[in-house]
Design a protein around this ligand. Structure first.
Ligand code: DAH
Length: 341
């Protein structure tokens, strides 16, 4: 029995010391110290000993047990320390490795043009409004003096949601004039940029979705001179001091009188060239004095208040500003194009 205990001790100590993982070590604990382990098996034979032999053998067995337990603990600590060291090695961060460059985006050319326009008008005390793209036909047409039968209301031009043409994708930002009149106290100075929709085929100058910026002023004693002065100020800031403009008579249902404003061609200075199709002028926007009936429909007394409004196409403004030849480039999101701005 003495020899058995000695053998167990030698074998177990050697095995513990060479265990490679915590799992191996636990299996060895069961093998030597477990209930059905080798040490327990020896102890079960104690009954066969004489009463004189028992105390000495008991003491020896206890000594072997505590030696095994001590060795087991030491081996376990050694394994843990090794595992920690390994993890520290594996998870080490090398701060000298060059970082991954983050590709920083930038503003889209059309939004650069929009921000410029916003800045100009904010500088003159205007408020910037945002409005719904899904609009009531009453706001897009009726309250803007374009009654039933007006050609712009045709199904071939407009995206309607319902059979009786009451809800639609707005075809212009002009309904924001009505929304501003409905909700804001007078006097009003607003610009309202946003998307508009028309049933147009895509080509170099058309898209079924494009952007406009609406502008409107209502106050006492507002005249066409205010409209011309403000739009000239905008053009000079967009295209440079001294840029010439021209106002041509036109028709819009919600303004009277109405006009279109052209800027002198930046390419040829008015002499005529391919950019301006030989005209010397490039059409920029529609504008006019708000029709008294439009004011009346919004509950504003046209004897006391008057106003002007304009609507400018944003894509065209950006195309002119950055000399972009094809409208489709603005929407295609081709990085080779976008990265040039
Ligand atoms: N809404 C017009 C269009 O889409 C543009 C326009 C013209 C807006 C005259 C106005 C305006 O505010 O006064 O063609």
């Amino acid at each position: 029995m003495k020899e058995q205990l000695a053998t167990i001790r030698t074998e177990a100590l050697a095995a513990f010391a060479s265990a490679g993982t915590a799992g191996d070590l636990d299996a060895l604990r069961v093998k030597y110290l477990g209930k059905k382990g080798e040490l327990t098996a020896v102890l079960k034979q104690m009954g066969k000993l004489t009463p004189e032999e028992r105390p000495a053998m008991g003491a020896l067995a206890n000594e072997v047990r505590s030696a095994l337990e001590g060795a087991l603990e030491a081996a376990s600590e050694k394994l843990e320390a090794a595992a920690l060291a390994q993890r520290l090695r594996d998870e080490a961060v090398d701060v000298t490795i060059p970082g991954k460059a983050v590709a920083l985006g930038h503003r889209h050319p059309m939004y650069i043009a929009l921000d410029e326009i916003k800045d100009i008008f904010i500088g003159m005390g205007f408020t910037v409004l945002d409005g719904p793209e899904v609009e009531l036909a009453s706001y897009n047409f009726d309250k803007l003096n374009a009654e039933e039968g007006h050609p712009s209301r045709d199904w071939s031009d407009t995206f309607y949601f319902d059979e009786d043409s009451r809800v639609m994708l707005r075809s212009q930002t002009s309904p924001m004039q009505v929304r501003a009149m409905d909700t804001m106290p007078l006097p009003i100075r607003i610009v309202a940029p946003g998307r508009v929709y028309r049933k147009d085929e895509v080509d170099a100058t058309h898209s079924p979705m494009f952007h406009q910026v609406e502008g409107m002023v209502i106050d006492r004693h507002i005249t066409m001179a205010d409209l011309k002065g403000t739009l000239n100020a905008m053009v000079e800031q967009l295209y440079g001091k001294g840029t010439k403009t021209r106002f041509r008579p036109h028709h819009f249902p919600f303004t009277e009188p109405s006009c279109e404003m052209d800027v002198q061609c930046h390419k040829c200075g008015g002499a005529g060239c391919p950019t301006c199709k030989g005209e010397g002028w490039i059409e920029l926007l529609g504008a006019g004095m708000i029709h008294p009936h439009v004011l009346e429909m919004a509950g504003i007394d046209p004897e006391v208040w008057s106003g002007w409004a304009f609507g400018i196409g944003l894509e065209r403004t950006a195309m002119r500003r950055f000399k972009i030849a094809d409208l489709r480039l603005i929407f295609e999101n081709d990085m080779r194009f976008l990265e040039q701005f």
